[in-house]
Design a protein around this ligand. Structure first.
Ligand SMILES: *Cc1c(COP(=O)(O)O)cnc(C)c1O
Length: 410
């Protein structure tokens, strides 16, 4: 059989160019990371050929001994990683958790998308917002942090069946214990969506929601640094409902190659090196935050406790859209982001989101973060100056060159 480069030069070229882009740019998208070579090798393996509907030991097809082994390894390692996890399903892609505990028309309390929540927490354009009644909660205008007493008041008034807690752009620690208390008072279940902070939670760099949640969902490709995918952890009493809701409820044959790669990623996440990397990710975010504050920028909530921070650009008179477009040309990839009570639309925004997982995986530490904060500052302070942009681009490339990415990939 032919190799990819012989078989399909066009796709091959796109992939090679993507490798170069990842190598030569400072990537600060808070939801991105670099999976290890081992994870990528597993994800590109022959298990992509296998049908395995069902669960290990209870499949609808023959010939599943090897994929069963991979899935059991993924389950066992995931339980070890998230201490106290009673049951885990490593097959889901999205959405299944809701179907396990809600009926059409039930009420979900979820974080306001404009304040850091996620599309899947009840946006009108997502199935969650179409199937369920959504009651949003917000951050306090004064502190820009979650307001747990307001959350409690909203819960008492609306009696949701489910409280979803977790965010895509919230830079502060989430108090899962208090959310549990609020839910217990109104008889709601708690679903913690730790897509962003899963790696931090696994190693104790952020408190774990596992003891306080009926269901914990996460992606596997953000701080967790595995293949693109997801998983669900739940209490034993919900195990059968969750499993049925993933298959046959919402999905068919599982992506066994991705599940094998998840097993590899969970094993990596159990190592001291990974643990240290998660704590460094937080220290790096704090270092960028501090330098940007020193450089005169405003940050949502004034700083960060986790792997990301949000810069408010109102005072600078530039939009998130201008900022992320210009920074990309300067070799710094990040995204525009709504800030709490943002006067601009989601396509424009008044902020940018900065995350440190990817560059920390590359080996960068506080001194590089200070340098990156200064490069961002140079561009944002002189946003129309093409000479500045070109200068930053060459400095960004030089910095990346000191931290080789996938050196053994051709
Ligand atoms: C990233 C994320 C998800 C999953 O989003 P995908 O687009 O499916 O990867 C879910 N919840 C939160 C809070 C997230 O940040």
């Amino acid at each position: 059989m032919k190799s990819l480069s012989e078989q399909d030069p066009e796709v091959y070229a796109a992939i090679q160019n993507e490798l170069e882009r990842q190598r030569n740019n400072i990537i600060l998208i808070a939801s991105e990371n670099f999976a290890s070579r081992a994870v990528m090798e597993a994800q590109g393996c022959v298990m992509t050929n296998k049908y395995a509907e069902g669960y290990p030991g209870k499949r609808y097809y023959r010939g599943t001994a090897n994929v069963d082994r991979a899935e059991v390894l993924a389950q066992e390692r995931c339980k070890k990683l998230f201490v106290g996890a009673e049951h885990v399903n490593v097959q889901p892609v999205s959405g299944a958790a809701y179907f396990a505990v809600l009926k059409h028309g039930d009420t979900i309390m979820g974080m306001n998308l404009a304040h850091g929540g996620h599309l899947s927490h009840g946006s009108p354009v997502n199935f969650s917002g179409k199937m369920y009644k959504i009651v949003p909660y917000s951050v306090s205008q004064e502190t820009e942090r979650l307001d747990y007493s307001e959350m409690a008041a909203i819960a008492r008034k609306n009696k949701p069946q489910l409280i979803v807690v977790g965010a895509s752009s919230y830079p502060r620690t989430i108090d899962f214990k208090v959310v549990r208390e609020i839910a217990d008072e109104v008889g709601a279940k708690v679903m913690a969506d730790i897509a962003h902070i899963a790696g931090l939670c696994a190693v104790g760099a952020h408190p774990s929601p596992v003891p306080y949640s009926d269901i914990v969902t996460t992606t596997t490709h953000k701080t967790l640094r595995g293949p693109r995918g997801a998983l669900i952890i739940c209490k034993d009493e919900l195990a059968a409902a969750i499993d049925r809701s993933v298959f046959p409820g919402t999905q068919g044959g599982p992506f066994m190659h991705a599940i094998a790669a998840k097993a590899v990623a969970f094993q990596e996440a159990l190592t001291p090196e990974y643990r240290e990397c998660q704590f460094q990710t937080v220290r790096n975010a704090i270092a960028i935050a501090q330098r940007l504050l020193d450089n005169g920028f405003d940050l949502v909530s004034g700083g960060t406790d986790n792997h990301l921070l949000l810069v408010k650009l109102i005072k600078e008179g530039i939009t998130g859209k201008e900022a992320d477009e210009t920074l990309e040309r300067a070799g710094i990839t990040l995204n525009k982001n709504m800030i709490p009570f943002d006067p601009a639309t989601p396509f424009v925004t008044s902020g940018i989101r900065i995350g440190t997982p990817a560059m920390t995986t590359r080996g960068m530490k506080e001194p590089e973060m200070v340098q990156i904060a200064d490069l961002i500052t140079a561009v944002l302070r002189d946003i129309k100056n093409e000479k500045t942009i070109a200068g930053v681009r060459s400095q960004a490339r030089e910095l990346c060159g000191k931290f080789p990415l996938y050196p053994d990939l051709a």
